[in-house]
Design a protein around this ligand. Structure first.
Ligand code: MG
Length: 173
C-alpha cells in the first residue's frame, strides 16, 4: 500500500508550537486543554492574532517543532510494511523547505529523500491512503483518507478520524 503522511499536526506538533510561542510573547500559560476548537489564533484576543499568524514565516519555526507522540516508532514500523511517503505542503512557507528537510533528518532519518514530497496541492498524488489533519487535502485525494484529530478540525463531519499514532498502528500494522 502507498501511504502519504502529512507533517504539520500529524507528525510535527505545529499547534503546540504556536501555543508555546504565544505564551512566551504574551506571558501566558495556555495549554492544549484550553483549545476546544479552531486555530490557535482564533482562540486569543484579536489584538494578538496577527502575531500568531506570523509564526510560520519565522526562521526556525519548523525546525524547532516537537514530534507528535509515537509518530517516530509507528512510522518506522509502518515504513517496513508499506511504501510510506511524507507529503507536506511546504511551498506555502518557502522558509520551511530546508527546515523540514533538516527536521526529518533528525527525527525520521529512516525516511529518505526519495520518500519526501514537499509540495503544494496533494490531490496530484497517486496512492492508496492519505493521513492529514486538513480536510481540504483529504477532500480531493483520489484514495482512502484518515483525518488526524486537531482542535482546528473538530467541527468537520463525514471523515474517518484517528486521534493518535497508537490508533494508526492498530489499524495499519
Ligand atoms: Mg497538517
Amino acid at each position: 500500500m502507498i501511504i502519504f503522511v502529512d507533517m504539520d499536526d500529524v507528525i510535527a506538533d505545529t499547534y503546540g508550537k504556536h501555543i508555546e510561542m504565544y505564551n512566551e510573547e504574551f506571558k501566558k500559560s495556555l495549554s492544549l486543554a484550553h483549545f476546544e476548537s479552531g486555530e490557535v489564533w482564533q482562540n486569543v484576543p484579536e489584538m494578538h492574532q496577527d502575531s500568531i499568524r506570523k509564526h510560520a514565516r519565522t526562521d526556525g519555526f519548523f525546525r524547532s517543532l516537537e514530534p507528535i507522540k509515537d509518530s517516530i516508532s509507528v512510522l518506522k514500523d509502518l515504513s517496513l510494511k508499506h511504501e510510506v511517503y511524507i507529503a507536506t505542503a511546504a511551498t506555502q512557507f518557502p522558509n520551511s523547505l530546508r527546515e523540514k528537510s533538516d527536521w526529518l533528518d533528525e527525527y525520521f532519518p529512516f525516511i529518505g529523500w526519495e520518500y519526501r514530497i514537499m509540495c503544494g496541492h496533494k490531490f496530484i498524488l497517486k496512492g492508496d491512503l492519505l493521513i492529514d489533519d486538513r480536510t481540504l487535502n483529504l477532500d480531493k485525494f483520489d484514495g482512502d483518507t484518515l483525518l488526524f484529530n486537531s482542535p482546528h478540525n473538530v467541527h468537520e463531519n463525514g471523515y474517518e478520524r484517528i486521534s493518535s499514532w497508537h490508533e494508526i498502528a492498530k489499524k495499519l500494522l
